[in-house]
Each structure stands twice: as structure tokens, then as C-alpha cells.
Design a protein around this ligand. Sequence first.
Ligand SMILES: *[C@@H]1O[C@H](CO)[C@@H](O)[C@H](O)[C@H]1NC(C)=O
Ligand SMILES: *[C@@H]1O[C@H](CO)[C@@H](O)[C@H](O)[C@H]1NC(C)=O
Ligand SMILES: *[C@@H]1O[C@H](CO)[C@@H](O)[C@H](O)[C@H]1NC(C)=O
Ligand SMILES: *[C@@H]1O[C@H](CO)[C@@H](O)[C@H](O)[C@H]1NC(C)=O
Ligand SMILES: *[C@@H]1O[C@H](CO)[C@@H](O)[C@H](O)[C@H]1NC(C)=O
Ligand SMILES: *[C@@H]1O[C@H](CO)[C@@H](O)[C@H](O)[C@H]1NC(C)=O
Ligand SMILES: *[C@@H]1O[C@H](CO)[C@@H](O)[C@H](O)[C@H]1NC(C)=O
Ligand SMILES: *[C@@H]1O[C@H](CO)[C@@H](O)[C@H](O)[C@H]1NC(C)=O
Ligand SMILES: CC(=O)N[C@H]1CO[C@H](CO)[C@@H](O)[C@@H]1O
Length: 616
Amino acid sequence: MGRLNLCFSSLLLLLLLLLLCCFHPLQAQPNTTGYTCLANQSVYPCQTYAFYRAIAPDLLNLANISDLFGVSRVMIAQPSNISSPSSPLIPDQNLFIPLTCSCDSKYNDSYANLTYTIKSGDTFYQVSTHQFQNLTTYQAVEKVNPSLVATNLEIGVNVVFPIFCKCPNTTQSQNQVNFLISYVFQPSDNLSSIAAKFGSNTESLIDINGGNIQPFDTVFIPLSQLPQLSQPSVLVPPLSSGRKERKGVIIGLAIGLGFLGFLLILLILIGSSVYREFLKKQRNEIREVNEKQFKRGKLFKEEELSFMADVSDCLDKYRVFGIQEVREATGRFDPSCVIQGSVYKGCIDGELYAIKKMKWNACEELKILQKVNHGNLVKLEGFCIDPEDASCYLIYEYIENGSLHSWLHGNSRTKRLDWKTRLRIAIDVANGLQYVHEHTRPRVVHKDIKTSNILLDGNMRAKIANFGLAKSGCNAITMHIVGTQGYIAPEYLADGIVTTKMDVFAFGVVLLELVSGKEAISEDGEVLWRNADKVFEGREDTKLQRLREWMDEALVKESCSIESVMNVMTIATACLQKDPSRRTTMVDIVYMLCKSDEMCFDFSEDGLSVTPPRAR
Ligand SMILES: *[C@@H]1O[C@H](CO)[C@@H](O)[C@H](O)[C@H]1NC(C)=O
Ligand SMILES: *[C@@H]1O[C@H](CO)[C@@H](O)[C@H](O)[C@H]1NC(C)=O
Ligand SMILES: *[C@@H]1O[C@H](CO)[C@@H](O)[C@H](O)[C@H]1NC(C)=O
Ligand SMILES: *[C@@H]1O[C@H](CO)[C@@H](O)[C@H](O)[C@H]1NC(C)=O
Ligand SMILES: *[C@@H]1O[C@H](CO)[C@@H](O)[C@H](O)[C@H]1NC(C)=O
Ligand SMILES: *[C@@H]1O[C@H](CO)[C@@H](O)[C@H](O)[C@H]1NC(C)=O
Ligand SMILES: *[C@@H]1O[C@H](CO)[C@@H](O)[C@H](O)[C@H]1NC(C)=O
Ligand SMILES: *[C@@H]1O[C@H](CO)[C@@H](O)[C@H](O)[C@H]1NC(C)=O
Ligand SMILES: CC(=O)N[C@H]1CO[C@H](CO)[C@@H](O)[C@@H]1O
């Protein structure tokens, strides 16, 4: 009986196997549910590419394909050697699609996480074999979406499609393999034809993929750089007439190359090493490049993906500087040209600029600066890319009188700021901040308001600089506390809550510095805002006396209106409320400060003092 049973079940199993083989002879491969990332997970995630062919009828333009893969059109056009992202594609046109490859720790599978919204008529099989062209399999889709029933998909439900990918392991990286391109093996392919097509070799393909490759399996092609795809020629659309002519080194370039270069600069900002490598190749044709090793790519952040879309329209308004211009302007970044930290002073075409060196983290600042435009914010004039050094430079208007910090606390105390100037600086900063808080959508929080980020121009009008830490979007919570000691609001320090109220708090500290002439945090680590309370504690009738003792000696000597100073102290106290909900807003601060300006001076003497700053 038992033997019969066993025999029967063996037969059944055999039948089942046969059935499976006949139904999906090509899917019965061992790797259908994914590729393992067990060996060394520390190389994940990485930036890689999938090779894709445009297909009729629905995937014959970059817009549809970029929607499918959740990237921008330029991010596909660039690595695919397509000069115009808006031009239509031809069937079977070859594309490289950027992917972020991660290791799913639940299944130890490596894939790029793509979300697809089910439309009418879609099945896992249909979407994996048609839209995603067998870069994944329905078995893998079922595996990573355990909560969904394949036979009962509702329209509009989001499904994760795991696009097969791999990151080079440490040995491969050492051997200059920077990408393992995901490629779907076609019936007409053989390993040597693939190796020839991508400039790889058959041995390394076999090493990575094994010898037994079936049609529509994903194979991984080891490459040190992306090959340039040859594309059918298309007409490049005319450049927008508003674009400024570039000077210097760039001037000699043909317009076509210039346009390509412009796209390249966009892409380079993303910080992907491919683009870096690609640009390097392009630049090779123009000028000599020293062969430096470039570092492996970093993960695309979601923010940076959307950055592409946001910024590509607006970058026209910035001037693109050549690295040679910037080098000459700063005496090859001579220490004598340093203004502060990594900010250099440089003269280009007779104009002075402040040039800030950044490692590929300029995106957020650029994204914010292109949204803001106000006379009390330092203006961004342009930017520059240095592909050899993996850096990027933001180039700002030069503000001649330096930072408020150096005026208040600098060594050369020859020139003192009088009360009137200090008050006007406070109003300028308040106006700039009010603009940033009220007129940007989503709201921008500067996050690092301090006297060294407030610059003074030739007329001693103040401008807010350094949006390097700024954050758009309100009520965000961050784990990573940034900012400057002595200015950080208590709720941000405690819970990482980012709101405009943290700028209000820091502004309160700036007001205290303007009144007292003391630093936000003293050399002994004494925090100024804690010590300001002593002015208000104690008897009411001696309050002005206590203020006189606390405030900057220079102001006492100047014998300016003590009421005006007391008024500013009161505003500062309103800014420094520990509970952010009780803290005042920049709108009210601007109003209150203007009132104290009136208290100090009359209009006839100085009409400017209550005029709002020029908006550009
Ligand atoms: C994994 O990779 C890291 C560096 O990427 C290396 O330090 C480590 O030794 C590797 N581990 C194994 C088991 O190969
Ligand atoms: C693809 O783009 C065309 C327009 O070119 C549009 O009509 C069509 O609906 C798109 N298809 C998909 C699947 O988005
Ligand atoms: C893919 O995304 C889903 C949901 O967003 C998440 O649960 C899963 O861990 C992600 N997988 C990887 C490998 O990032
Ligand atoms: C994944 O790998 C970890 C160790 O790296 C192991 O503990 C775990 O059991 C593996 N999970 C699966 C599903 O194989
Ligand atoms: C994907 O593979 C299936 C067979 O598994 C094949 O019929 C189909 O044509 C392939 N799709 C593409 C776009 O190559
Ligand atoms: C591979 O394919 C090419 C044409 O695509 C052919 O010329 C070559 O002989 C093939 N090589 C092998 C080993 O089959
Ligand atoms: C990296 O991958 C190659 C090819 O699959 C393999 O031969 C090698 O042992 C791997 N190295 C490490 C450190 O895992
Ligand atoms: C890249 O595209 C340009 C035209 O857009 C073409 O002239 C060039 O030949 C292409 N590169 C390769 C390697 O085909
Ligand atoms: C590329 C890849 O992961 N290939 C694997 C497919 O499955 C076989 C057998 O499990 C492995 O040996 C291959 O490495």
C-alpha cells in the first residue's frame, strides 16, 4: 500500500514537473525568483543600469519609459547618447536606464525596487514580459508582493516589480568593474556577440553568469564605463533665445557640444560616477585631462531624482562658468583667496565673486536658491563643474563688507557698528527670513542663521548667505542634527523638529549679539541666550540699568536711545521662547522692528530706515 502510494506520488511529481516545463520551458531556470546578494551585502546599494529596447506601441517615447522606471527623461537620454529627450524613439532603439540596486534583507535578493500601478488588463506576467521586457519575472514579483493575489489584482493597486540587478563585489571593483549592467539575453544573442556589443569579454561574462544561459534570462555585463550607444540621428531643437552666451573657455565650443555639455552639467550635479566618467570622456576631446581614478557611484536619493525635473527648466537663468576661469580667478585656489572655509574670492571678467567649493552636495542649495529671489538674500550667479576633482562650485555675488560676525566680534575693532546700522541689519535679516518663510512653497527653513551667515554689502545692508543646510518642507523631523551651537532651538536639539520657528529662535540670538556685542557662545562655552535673562530678572525700576551693564560698551558710549535697545531686547525674548508655539513669527518681528526704528530716528533724517529692501 505504502509503496503504491509512493509510486503514485512520484508519478504525480513527474507529471507536475513535465507540465511546468511545457508551460514555461524558459522560466523554469533556477534564477527565476531573483539573484542572491548573500555574499557581501556591504556593496549594496549601488547605481547601475538596465539595457532596454523601446517597444511599440506604448513605449516609444522617453516620457512613457521614464514614468515606468520612475526617473526623469534626461536621466535616460544622457547615458543613452540621446541629445534631445523629447524626440520620439524608434522601435528597438537601445537605452540605458538608471537603477538603484539594493539588497532585500528579507530574501537576500538584489533588485531595483520599482513600483508599478496596475491598470486594466495588467497581469504580473504581462507587465514583467512586456513593459519590463523580462528584466524581472512574474515569480519574483509574486515573491516580493506576498500580500497580493496574482489572479485577483485590483486596478490602481501598487505592485513592487523587482528589476534584477547586481552590484560589483569587492574583487570586481578592484578590477575596475564599476557596473554590472542588467541585460536580457535575446534568442539571437550569444555571449561573444554581447561581449562585442558592450566592449566586455566572454570569459568575464561566463565567470559572472555561468555558461548555461537561456533566452530571456537576465545576464550581468561587467563594465568599467558605459559604452556610447549609437543612436539614429535626430534634429536638435533650437536653443532658447534667453540663454546667455558663455564666455571664456566655453566660447569655442560648437553649439551642439555646448548643449550636450549643458545637459551633462545638469546630470553631473546628481553625483553619479557614470555621468562623471561620461563627462570626462567628453572633456577629453576638448582639453587634456589627467587620468585620475574616480570613485564608485553613490546612491541616487529620491530628492535628487526630482531635483532633475525641478531644476532643468530653471538653470537657464544661471551662468555656467568654466573650471579654467574659476581656477584663474582664485589663483588656483590659493589660500590667500580664501574668504572663509571653502569659500574663495575671485575676479572673473572684472567682476568679483564668492566661489564656494562643494563636493556633489550642491543640489539642495541650488534647488532652494533657484526658488528664492530677494534683495536680502545673497544671490547665486552661476555654477561650475570640475569633473576631475569631483567637485562643483557655486558662484555668488561678492558682498564686500564681509560677515556681521567679523564686524561684531572680529579682532580689528577699528570700525564699530552704530545702533542705527545694527537696527537696520536686524530689519534686513528679518525681511529676508520673512520672505523665505512666507513666500516659498514648500516653505524653506534656513536652519543655520548666525552672524557669520549674515553678510554686509557696501551700504552696510545685510544679506543672508549659506543655504547649505536649508531644508524645504515644513514640520519635517530629522535624525541628523545640524546647525551651530548657541543658535540651535531647544525643540530641534531635543526632537529634531524642523520648522520656521527654529530660524526665529536663531534670529533672536542674532538680536542679542547685536545688542550685547557678545558671541552666541563664549570661549568658556557660556550660551548667550541663557545669560540674557538676567536683564529681565529682578526689580522693574533697575531694568534699564541692568540693560546698560549688559549691552555693548560701544552702544553705551554712543548714547543711543535705551528705549529702542530695550524694545529690541523684548523682541529677542519673544523669539527665544522655549516653547516653539509661543514663539513669534518673522512677520510680527519685521513689524515690531520697524516700530523700534521709528523710535530711534525720525523720517526726515533717514527715509531709508523703514523702507522695505529693494526686491529684485
Ligand atoms: C565585504 O566588503 C567590504 C568592503 O566593501 C570588505 O571590507 C569586507 O571584507 C567584505 N566581506 C567579505 C566577506 O568579503
Ligand atoms: C505613452 O505615450 C502616449 C503618447 O505619446 C500616450 O498616449 C500613452 O497613453 C502612453 N502610454 C502609457 C502606457 O503611458
Ligand atoms: C522595496 O519597497 C518595499 C515597499 O516600499 C519595501 O518593503 C522593500 O523592502 C523594498 N525593497 C528593497 C530591496 O529596497
Ligand atoms: C539572509 O542572509 C542572512 C545572513 O546574511 C541569514 O541570516 C538569513 O537567514 C538569510 N535569509 C534568507 C531568506 O535566506
Ligand atoms: C519575455 O519573455 C517571454 C518568454 O518568457 C517572451 O515571449 C517575450 O517576448 C519576452 N519579451 C520581450 C520584450 O522580449
Ligand atoms: C554569435 O553570434 C554572431 C552573430 O550574432 C555570429 O557571427 C557568431 O558566430 C556567434 N558565435 C557563436 C560562438 O555562436
Ligand atoms: C566576486 O564575484 C566573482 C564572480 O562572480 C567571484 O569569482 C569572486 O569570488 C567574487 N569575490 C568576492 C570577494 O565575493
Ligand atoms: C552619440 O550620438 C551622436 C549624435 O547624437 C553621434 O554622432 C555619435 O556617433 C554617437 N556615438 C556613438 C558611439 O555612436
Ligand atoms: C547570475 C546568477 O546569480 N546566477 C545564478 C543562477 O543560479 C545558479 C544556480 O543556483 C547559480 O550558480 C548562478 O550563480
